[in-house]
Design a protein around this ligand. Structure first.
Ligand SMILES: Nc1ncnc2c1ncn2[C@@H]1O[C@H](COP(=O)(O)OP(=O)(O)O)[C@@H](O)[C@H]1O
Ligand SMILES: [Mg+2]
Length: 244
């Protein structure tokens, strides 16, 4: 589904040159819930930006499905982002003067869907995140966890193939974080979405199937957490199963 083929990304030059990614190769199959961990500055956000073609690699190629992204025209990239990719950010990025349902329906309105299907799809995803009853509330009238659930509804409303989540629980308490992780888990299990999530939290990583650890723009560890290969993450997988 997502493939990085020997990707390098350099920002700046000379004294200010930063090698954000160094020859990264990675394949993420469709429907996988994959998490990326690693210290600050290791290239995690750059990976997500490259998948969304918000930036281009300096070397190598990225494929989404069969399509190489680097040669894609700007307007095709914009359409791909709108229709095929859902974003979830640490600080939610909701529009403050719009209600929950208006925030969620925005990607569909931009795509010119009929008002009946906009309403239907918006209700579908607000129900999924259990916020249909708060649909008329503005972000400032919602808790952090609720705002992030609205953001997940917005990410899912176009039925994307991929969700890119950059530290989605970085600003939430543990109860809200679990709710967000359960939603991402369901997106992958029930809706067949490929989820690529950056997190610092091993508990959150335990909701995924795989942890890719980056250091200085390279993969230093790539493990199947369902097999229990990483102690740090897999102890939480075991705990969570006991909790149900
Ligand atoms: N637009 C940019 N211009 C210059 N340097 C950048 C830019 N984006 C990221 N970097 C640098 O690339 C490296 C990797 O950044 P990033 O992918 O954001 O790391 P992470 O998300 O793991 O903290 C960092 O050293 C960062 O400062
Ligand atoms: Mg980052």
């Amino acid at each position: 589904m997502i493939r990085f083929d020997n990707v390098s990304k350099v920002f700046g030059e000379g004294q200010t040159r930063v090698d954000a990614l160094r020859g990264l190769s990675l394949q993420i199959p469709a429907r996988q819930f994959c998490t990326i961990m690693g210290p600050s500055g290791s290239g995690k956000s750059t990976v997500l930006h490259l998948v969304a073609r918000l930036t281009k690699p300096t070397e190598g190629e990225i494929y989404l499905g069969d399509r190489p992204l680097s040669g894609m025209a700007e307007r095709d990239a914009a359409m791909m982002r709108r229709r095929e990719i859902g974003f979830v950010f640490q600080f939610f990025h909701l529009i403050p003067y719009l209600s929950a349902e208006e925030n969620v329906s925005l990607p569909l309105l931009l795509d010119g869907l009929s008002s009946a299907s906009v309403r239907q799809q918006t209700e579908r995803v607000l129900t999924l995140v259990d916020l249909l009853h708060r649909r008329r509330h503005k972000p400032s009238e919602l808790s952090g966890g609720e705002m992030q659930r609205v953001a997940i509804a917005r990410a899912l409303v176009t039925s994307p193939r991929v969700i890119l989540a950059d530290e989605p629980t970085g600003n939430l308490d543990s109860t809200a974080s679990h709710a967000i992780m359960r939603l991402l888990r369901r997106s992958s299990d029930e809706l067949g979405v490929t989820v690529l999530m950056v997190t610092h939290d091993p508990v959150c990583a335990s909701y995924g199937e795989r942890v890719v650890r980056l250091m200085d723009g390279q993969v230093v560890e790539d493990i199947d957490v369902t097999e229990g290969a990483s102690e740090e993450v897999s102890k939480h997988v075991a705990h969570r199963r006991q909790d149900g």
